[in-house]
Design a protein around this ligand. Sequence first.
Ligand SMILES: NC(=O)c1ccc[n+]([C@@H]2O[C@H](COP(=O)([O-])OP(=O)(O)OC[C@H]3O[C@@H](n4cnc5c(N)ncnc54)[C@H](OP(=O)(O)O)[C@@H]3O)[C@@H](O)[C@H]2O)c1
Length: 296
Amino acid sequence: MPRILLLGAGGQLGMQLARRLAAEVELIAVTRAELDFTDATALRAAIQQANPQIVINAAAYTAVDKAESEPEAARLVNAIAPGVIAEELARTNSWLIHYSTDYVFDGSGTRPWMETDPTGPLSVYGQTKLDGELAIAAAGCRHVTLRTSWVYAAEGRNFLHTMLRLGRERDLLKIVDDQIGAPTSAEAITEATQIVLRQLAASGDDAGASGVYHLACAGETSWCGFARAIFSEFAGKQKAPEVVPIPTEAYPTPARRPRNSRLNCTKFTAQFGFRMPHWEDALHEVAAELLSPEHK
Ligand SMILES: NC(=O)c1ccc[n+]([C@@H]2O[C@H](COP(=O)([O-])OP(=O)(O)OC[C@H]3O[C@@H](n4cnc5c(N)ncnc54)[C@H](OP(=O)(O)O)[C@@H]3O)[C@@H](O)[C@H]2O)c1
């Protein structure tokens, strides 16, 4: 059983990973309360003490709009800390599984982005996440950096829960309809991560898998389409508001967001032999979990 250090275990993806991985690996799961990424010395010490074969980094500064006014806080967590982690792992020839974002792209065009396409972040968040990717590559540690999009889960702060709350409070919601991407459940990302872990375990020291991969659910929609699908999943369980499409310009935010967030995931499928579920199927699973009597 490999020893894995999971960082960011209290986030929506981190919680899923912690729950699902505990049964199959020796897992050391660490939350922000236990380890703050702004303290690089503590971060290095935690990695040295855990001495893992693999670190999974699910921690990030994810407040996209707030990052515009707190660029230094975002930089420390998203750009500096991943580089520190990668430096430590390079010394012990260990692997890093790290998550990045579609926001590293400028959102032009309509073609799904390939890993080889030029980046061009529109926001502080996107730039700091890109800088984190580059710092990992520069440190020379073996890594699987998974760029994903529009993450949500049964637990945590996300668009799904925001919609359900607003749907209870209001009769009409105006939702942006010209940003296109794939909502991706933390559950599906976790399953893909488990596949990566199994392949890394099977291939031993083979560094051939090292690199950046796109990993999002299949299919595409807009935020408006996502909102409508959410209310249709919860039809009969809670009041459904009218959902009205609006252009990005009608909903100004401090951070600019890409119009085209489509990610081409063929590289991941070719390397790891795993195809992500369609976003509507993944949403159905998460909704079923939320609606199940076991869910508190
Ligand atoms: N959410 C999305 O839509 C989305 C889209 C594309 C890619 N991603 C990427 O997917 C990964 C997982 O994100 P997520 O959706 O699970 O985000 P999340 O729910 O916001 O989780 C991020 C975790 O990082 C922690 N964190 C923040 N600042 C920290 C610090 N200074 N030190 C240590 N931990 C800190 C947070 O703690 P607190 O909760 O206490 O702040 C939280 O537990 C990230 O790499 C993110 O960039 C997310």
